[in-house]
Design a protein around this ligand. Structure first.
Ligand code: HXC
Length: 257
């Protein structure tokens, strides 16, 4: 009997999720995505949830999709089941998500990280999309999200050679937002999550919606979308509170309304 593929802990307005298949270096199987979605689809609608942190363990954030689960599949089965489509549900969740990465973030593990809003990584973390070495290619969004983040040349390099990138290169390339000591990764991510969760949720949701629009539309359309959602925040009490608190030189208390 194997245990749950994820474990989680709610800390006030922050949800900490730990991938929990350490013997397989957190290889992502169907249970992983199903358990993540079963937890997060309802949680995403919870106004009291401000941010999610996803982490692994010291050795691996996740070393890829579960190769053993896929190895005997036929083309017909992969296409019929639309294998990996469930990750799109995860990718579309709106509550801000931070990946807290130690060790390997490879293949689907790197792609899971790319589905989070940003990553905080340890100095010994290693990244890559090595699927090419298995006779396949990225299938959880890597060919689309990686070039948008690090540029086409480096994305092609990583996807076609399958080489691993160290943490310093990942930071310089913009793949991760911050590097910290390995043992400070989760704590730093939780602190960032608490900061985000302390802001107005309508504002954090719309801010990330606006950033994400940039991947879909032209600059002028994106800027128009940004202005319209910016205007809409003036319908919130949190806008009144945030600006009043600044003027009155006090700390704001946001309620999400
Ligand atoms: C299933 C995996 C796994 C994976 C590791 N394991 N990665 N099982 N799927 N992706 C298992 C190993 O089989 C092994 O189990 C145990 O975890 C420990 O791994 P080792 O290889 O013994 O550890 P180590 O020698 O330290 O090497 C670490 C590693 C290596 C360099 C990260 O495990 C590795 O190269 N893993 C595969 C990385 C990869 O190719 N990822 C992309 C996957 S494809 P046992 O039972 O033997 O002890 C992917 C697809 C995306 O993500 C979509 C396109 C199809």
């Amino acid at each position: 009997m194997s245990g749950p593929a994820i474990v989680w802990e709610r800390r006030d307005r922050v949800l900490l999720i730990t991938l929990n298949r350490p013997r397989q270096l957190n290889a992502l199987n169907r249970d992983t995505v199903r358990e993540l979605n079963a937890l997060l689809v309802p949680a995403d609608k919870d106004p009291a949830l401000g941010c999610v942190v996803i982490t692994g363990n010291d050795k691996a954030f996740a070393a890829g999709a579960d190769i053993k689960e896929m190895q005997d599949k036929s083309y017909q089965a992969m296409a019929r089941d639309d294998h990996f489509a469930e990750w799109e549900t995860f990718a579309r969740l709106r509550t801000p998500r931070i990946a807290a990465v130690n060790g390997y973030a490879l293949g689907g593990g790197c792609e899971l990280m790319l589905m989070c809003d940003f990553a905080i990584a340890g100095r010994s973390a290693k990244f890559g999309l090595p699927e090419i070495k298995l006779g396949v290619m990225p299938g959880m969004g890597g060919t689309q999200r990686l070039p948008r983040l690090v540029g086409r040349a480096l994305a092609m390099d990583l996807i076609l050679t399958g080489r691993m990138m160290d943490a310093a290169e990942a930071l310089a390339a913009g793949l991760v937002a911050r590097l910290v000591d390995d043992d400070a990764v989760v704590e730093t991510a939780l602190k960032a999550a608490e900061t985000i969760a302390g802001y107005s949720k309508p504002a954090t949701l719309l801010a990330r919606d606006a950033v994400n629009r940039a991947d879909e539309v032209s600059l002028s359309e994106g800027a128009l979308f940004e202005r319209r959602v910016f205007h809409s925040l003036f319908a919130t009490e949190d806008q009144r509170e945030g600006m009043a608190a600044f003027v009155e030189k006090r700390k704001p208390t946001f309620t999400g309304s």
